[in-house]
Design a protein around this ligand. Structure first.
Ligand SMILES: NC(=O)c1ccc[n+]([C@@H]2O[C@H](COP(=O)([O-])OP(=O)(O)OC[C@H]3O[C@@H](n4cnc5c(N)ncnc54)[C@H](OP(=O)(O)O)[C@@H]3O)[C@@H](O)[C@H]2O)c1
Length: 331
């Protein structure tokens, strides 16, 4: 058996960015259903912050990271959709993508089309598949049609800028919120029909104004604690609030009676990992995403690059709301 080592970023206990330690780990051969992949670039996601801080509690020590792209080096028994030498990319569980080389389940790894470079592949899988399942699979009663209004918070972020472009391609009028005028301008440039700077504007009042008092059919809310209740007030009757993140903290327990009082509303708390539970669905969703990217309808914007050893700096930036678009770790 070959013995290899890899640089990796690990935490031994939950905490701040200072807990992110660069270590050397040994990497073995892939077992049945697994591959070994040599990364070319690694994607950074807000979920990495939740896992590092302990908001999402996972067994320790923990090698962080949920997204990367690279070249498949070896495949275990039973893996038929990949072979050694393939260019590939993934959004995956378990965590562990902050490294040069790893062994991991093959199920969520997809062949990367030649037209998509490694950094783009690393930046887009978790965030792009999330935009896919939100706009294509997390819909209000009756679905969404061209011309419908939706509200998307943190529209200038990694998931946000992808969603702005995807929504435009679907003919949806996406109202995007962001924390500064510069971020609002970026979201608008990427396809948001309307933008609201929620740091200084009342987004409920602005949504009512934009929709002529009707409200939107769906709100996609990853900010959580600070926006959740106000997001309910942006919905029309039977509208859907999909709370898919907690950048400002976890949402407080909800009094279900509020949903009746505010118009027979629906609330969902989706996660990508339910959607990509099987190889077949993962590939279908990835093909949809690859099509949007290779056709140029969705451009993956990488605004921040950090060396693997500087990952703590990357975490500080994303938590301080200093980032826009996607962030990658270069190797
Ligand atoms: N459930 C799922 O399946 C799933 C999958 C992927 C991502 N997500 C969630 O989607 C969100 C976007 O992910 P991402 O990786 O693309 O991150 P991101 O949007 O690039 O960064 C998070 C953004 O949230 C906004 N924000 C609002 N309040 C904040 C606060 N108190 N602290 C920090 N940020 C705050 C900031 O934008 P402004 O300054 O413009 O407010 C910030 O840039 C995250 O909440 C993530 O957890 C969920």
């Amino acid at each position: 058996m070959t013995s290899m080592t890899s640089r990796a970023i690990r935490i031994d206990r939950p905490g701040g960015p200072e807990e992110l330690k660069l270590v050397e780990v040994s990497v073995g051969e892939p077992q049945a259903g697994e591959i070994r992949i040599r990364h070319k670039a690694v994607g950074l996601n807000y979920i990495d912050v939740y896992q590092r801080s302990g908001l999402y509690s996972l067994p320790l020590p923990l090698q962080l990271g949920m997204e990367a792209a690279g070249i498949v080096e070896a495949v275990g028994d039973g893996v038929t959709h990949l072979q050694a030498g393939d260019r590939a990319a993934y959004a995956s569980q378990p965590p562990g993508s902050y490294c040069d080389l790893r062994v991991m389940p093959a199920k969520s790894v997809c062949k990367l089309p030649d037209a998509i470079d490694f950094e783009t592949g690393a930046a887009m899988m978790l965030k792009g598949l999330t935009a896919q399942y939100l706009l294509r699979r997390t819909l209000p009663q009756g679905g969404l049609e061209s011309g419908d209004f939706i509200l998307f918070h943190a529209a200038a972020g990694g998931v946000g800028l992808i969603a702005c472009q995807w929504a435009r391609a679907l003919g949806l009028h996406l109202i995007g919120t962001a924390g500064s005028d510069e971020k609002c301008a970026l979201a608008k440039e990427h396809g948001a029909a309307h933008v609201i700077n929620y740091a200084r504007e009342d987004f409920v009042a602005r949504v009512k104004e934009i929709t002529g008092g009707k409200g939107v059919k769906a709100v996609y809310d990853s900010v959580g604690k600070d926006t959740f209740l106000k997001s309910l007030d942006c919905l029309g009757p039977f509208g859907l609030l999909a709370n898919f993140g907690n950048a400002s903290g976890k949402v407080e327990p909800l009094d279900l009676g509020l949903l009746a009082a505010k118009g027979s509303l629906y609330v969902s708390r989706p996660t990508l990992f339910t959607h990509i539970a099987t190889r077949e669905v993962t590939q279908r969703m990835a093909d949809d995403l690859f099509g949007m990217v290779t056709s140029g309808q969705v451009k993956i914007r990488i605004d921040q690059r950090f060396a693997l050893a500087d990952v703590a700096e990357a975490h500080r930036s994303i938590e301080a709301r200093k980032t826009t678009g996607c962030t990658v770790l270069t190797l």
